[in-house]
Design a protein around this ligand. Structure first.
Ligand code: IDP
Ligand code: MG
Length: 139
């Protein structure tokens, strides 16, 4: 069953460059409601677990290094069709291929440092939300 929530992160590059406000503005202007939100720095073990699905990929170590080098913004968003609509709003993984008007087109530096994460399925949205937020932090 489709749910109306997705899990997102503003990645360390976006936080370092001062893009938190600009990206959140774009998200809320696109009709997403912020259900919960926090800054947190992932440990190496956190990032390894979060991205476990990619552990055979050549970029895995680089990805873990990047995602742990500074704080991220973690959030849960609500909107009808949240998962798919947020993936559309962020654009392709590689900003060079991201559509005009997408967050990655505007804010991402490269395929590895691409500013933002969005869950790719309702199941993963639930898993990733529970990974980052306790029940008392979800509203
Ligand atoms: P997604 O974030 O668009 O869902 P995934 O394929 O799930 O993309 O990859 C997870 C993250 O791993 C990407 O957002 C990016 O930070 C990094 N990544 C993906 N592909 C590459 C690559 O080819 N080189 C370096 N980093 C990559
Ligand atoms: Mg993905």
């Amino acid at each position: 069953m489709a749910t109306n929530r997705t899990f997102i992160m503003l990645k360390p590059d976006a936080v370092e460059k001062g893009y938190i406000g600009g990206i959140l503005e774009k998200i809320t202007a696109s009709g997403f409601k912020i259900v919960t939100l926090k800054l947190i720095q992932m440990t190496k073990a956190d990032a390894e677990t979060f991205y476990e699905v990619h552990n055979e990929r050549p970029f895995y170590e680089e990805l873990v290094e990047y995602m742990t080098r500074g704080p991220i913004v973690a959030a849960i968003l609500e909107k009808d069709n949240a998962v798919e609509d947020f993936r559309t709003l962020i654009g392709a993984t590689n900003p060079a291929e991201a559509a005009e008007g997408t967050i990655r087109k505007q804010y991402a530096a490269s395929i590895s440092e691409n500013a933002v994460h969005g869950s790719d399925s309702d199941d993963n949205a639930a898993i990733e939300s529970a990974f980052h937020f306790s029940g008392r932090e979800q509203f």
